[in-house]
Every structure is written in C-alpha cells, then in structure tokens.
Design a binder for this molecule. Sequence first.
Ligand code: ZN
Length: 96
Amino acid sequence: MEIESAECECCGLREDCTPDYISNVKADFGGRWLCGLCSESVKDEAGKAGTGEIEDAMRAHMSFCGKFNANPAIRVAEGMRHMLRSASSRRLGRSF
Ligand SMILES: [Zn+2]
C-alpha cells in the first residue's frame, strides 16, 4: 500500500499514513492535516462548544498547541517511535 508522510499542522508530529486517510482528515479540517491526538481534541472542543465549528476549535487548539511546541514530551514520544521502528527493522534484518 502507498504510504505518505503527513505533518500535523498543530504540533508538527509526523505520521506515515495512506493518502486516503490523509485526504479524509484534510476534508474534516478544511484542508489541514492533524495528527490523531490533535484531531480528537479539535473534534472534542467543537463538540463541547456545541457549535460544531471545527474551524474555531482548530484555531483554539493550534494556539494551545503552539504554546507547547517546544514540549519535550512530544520529542521524547517521537524519539521513542523512531527507536521502536529501528529496533523492529533490526530484528527483521536478523531473521532474514
Ligand atoms: Zn498534532
């Protein structure tokens, strides 16, 4: 299956997704791609506001996310993912 790398417009997290998934998310968020966590929060906020205004909720979430853009926790999480990924590819390499 075809895989593309998408970058979250909120927190900058990169995820490898299918083009279908990427365009679905973009359709939900006015042409922007958000990672799973951010899209959940935005939908949650839009639901809580009762307006269903994704655009407003997204702007609010982006400014919230922006404050934590240098959040080391996000970097740690990303680093862990890379570590796990390279660990599993090493395992694969050995069994071949
Ligand atoms: Zn995000």
